[in-house]
Design a protein around this ligand. Sequence first.
Ligand SMILES: [Zn+2]
Length: 605
Amino acid sequence: MAADAASQISVGALSAIFDETKPQIREPIVQCVQIKSLPSQQNNQERYRAVFSDISNYVQTMLATQINPFVTSGLLRKGCFVRLKAFQANSVKGKKILIILDLEILQELGEAEKIGEPKALENRTEEDEKTQPTTISSNGFYGSKVQGTQTQVGNRAPQPKPATTSTHATIYPIEAISPYSHKWTIKARCTSKSNIRTWHNKNSEGKLFSVNLLDDSGEIRATGFNDQCDVLYNIFQEGSVYYISSPCGVKIAKKQFTNLNNDYELTFERETIVEKAEDQSDVPQVRFSFTTIGDLQTVEKDTTTDVIGILKDASDISEIVSKTTQKPYSKRELTLVDNTGFSVRLTIWGSTALNFNVAPESVIAFKGVKVSDFGGRSLSLLSSGTMTIDPDMEEAHKLKGWYDAQGRDEAFVSHASMLGPATSTMKPDQYKTVAQVKEEQLGMSDDVAYFSLKATVIYIKQDTMCYPACRSDGCNKKVTESAPGQWRCERCDKTHPHPEYRYIMLISVSDHTGQLYLSCFDDVGRSMMGISADELMEKQKSDEKAAGDVFQDANCRMWNFRCRAKIDNFGDQQRIRYQILSAKPVSYTEEASRLAGIIDSYSNS
Ligand SMILES: [Zn+2]
């Protein structure tokens, strides 16, 4: 097998990448001889480095994050063979590094011990380092678009400064920018722009502003100080697309000041060129990585994240005086809800708070909110963060649909109400087996416990699966039929011609370790049954067999449940009740890689 693989390797391809005078191999086949993860930073995606060998040389590489699944799934590992499909070469001070943007694992070649005695690529002369890094991307940066650098150059705005044109031949993806890259141009959308801030201290004074920049590959923050602040502040507009070309400072990002997932940030220099792009269309809009409101529980304090939710309530504006600066601040508290059944408070500050004028029940997407454990979990919009009202995106449309269909009437669990001594140290939900849930007596202590469970529905209790509920907005109270067609709600003091049935189900689930009863409310019931309780009741009246089929269909399905275990007082007895907070159909690809990880942990020990 190894001999077979050795014959496939593109010997000499790696040195050719760094030497344009040599014949290039477009998609070289190499062996992976080392792989390791970089220490991950807070709020940052895992990054991996790999060493690839072409038998005559080896080279250090950094894997673009879209390749991470190859590593986490265990496909890309030491000894295996890969075809490098898209990459970028960088060198600094004689050190050569490849950024791998796309690759393919050649499983048919198996794996082998390191073949041959490859040498590190030689350091080259100073002159070489000044040459431009090459871009070899056989199928576009990210696979889908066939888009060479030629067309990108063609799209560029007319150049007022022709002297600089030649240096822009290569459009870099933001993700490839590092202190090792030089002579680059990025094409990026300005997704947020700060106000100008000034500072005065013993040693210096000055002013600065910063922008967040986005392209297909990622995001980066860029800051302009003093003169650059004067020159560039008015050029940047939120939402517009720009070409930005080196020279430009690239530094390790100060994560405490940013909500972006980039190890680096940019500092504009006197010679940095910023031009508005004529074609604004091929760069994506603001990107979000949302945490659901329910999942905030599992996010560590001080993490920065993005959230989207329905605005349930907004407080009046209030003013507080900062203890450290003695300056007054305006603030406003918003309450957001989403389809996880949770609500959360989010504080906005300053001019955002003063000018806030958003209709209740709007969808708002927040980028860059800080998670605090005040009152269980609460959120605060960072000054670098942004707020988008009714954004045109799938998540927003889903939320709106859910809210109109059922969310408006739901009762939400606030994170504050779950405040307990254990809250601030709460670990992310762990996958438990049924046996573990029982053995560990989850929920037996005074604290509420949360866990994830993969299990199959084996029985749904049919006789008490729903109750007649009040149809008034925001009231889900049980109604009673006082006379035919007279359903009375004590709470609203109203009578409805018919109730709205809502699920309150008890189901039995099972995994390979045992069986457990779980209860759930309307939203989970709907997703498990596929129809609303109203529709199901209707079916039962008109066609009992069809109703039976609905139960039949819902049975034997496998779900990922998020559950809460809590002591319940039942008369003078105490028992633990397990409530389903959300149910997701098992994603077999995710589940397979989770299991692969578990299996790996056996083979490595
Ligand atoms: Zn009512």
